[in-house]
Design a protein around this ligand. Structure first.
Ligand code: CA
Length: 220
């Protein structure tokens, strides 16, 4: 799957690009709107990640011209918090989804997978381990048959841990995956959220591996 990212902030661009490449996507990057539009029309990527505030040509105009040229690939728009709801409401040019900055990497990947699945990837969307069932499409979690109410961040953390069940993930890996580029490296937020998951799900599901990180137990 080929993704074109049109984003002028170098820090976000390199964070997203390296993350998506490690997930197996091919990523091209354009740092301004005009170059992005040109690449989009020439290379017809499977999906476009489009920032709204861009040099040379704004994201809304890129989107309008892209749709005007008959290009129908999914477009995931990145917006700043204060741009909502005005700009989004004005965006009648055909965006498929929105992500508010700052976003976490796992949220971005979930949105990308969801968009690409709509067009052609029939992959399983349910994770099941150790008595926990996580339905990523419906955002529903069941543990030992009962439904648990999790916040978006808790879901993202649970998804990351479950995808690597049986393996230890370090605090900084979890920060990168779940909290994204915007996190404070000294924060104890991972420990706090692991605590929430243990309380809401089951205390034994996530092990603390001293000095290394956290591991979701790899049961049947
Ligand atoms: Ca920007």
């Amino acid at each position: 799957m080929r993704i074109l990212m049109i984003e002028d902030e170098a820090r976000i661009a390199s964070f997203v690009k390296s993350g998506l490449e490690s997930e197996g996507f091919l990523v091209e990057h354009a740092a301004d709107g005009a170059t992005g539009l040109e690449l989009a029309v020439e290379t017809e990527p499977d999906l476009i990640i489009l920032d709204l505030i861009l040099p040379r040509l704004g994201g809304e105009e890129v989107l309008r011209r892209l749709r005007g040229a008959g290009k129908t690939m999914p477009v995931l728009v990145l917006t700043a918090k204060d741009a909502i709801p005005d700009r989004v409401a004005n965006l009648n040019a055909g965006a498929d989804d929105y992500l508010v900055k700052p976003f976490s990497f796992s949220e971005l990947v979930a949105r990308i997978r969801a968009r690409l699945r709509v067009t052609d990837q029939p992959t399983s969307n349910v994770l099941e381990r150790s008595g926990v069932t996580l339905d990523l499409t419906r955002r529903v979690v069941r543990v030992d048959g009962r439904q648990a109410e999790l916040t978006a961040r808790e879901l993202a953390l649970l998804e990351t841990l479950m995808r690597h069940a049986g393996h230890v993930l370090s605090q900084s890996q979890l920060l990168d995956q779940v909290w994204g580029y915007d996190h404070d490296p000294g924060s104890n937020v991972v420990e706090v959220y692991v605590g929430y998951l243990r309380r809401k799900l089951r205390p034994d599901l996530i092990e603390t591996v001293r000095g290394a990180g956290y591991r979701f137990i790899d049961g049947a």
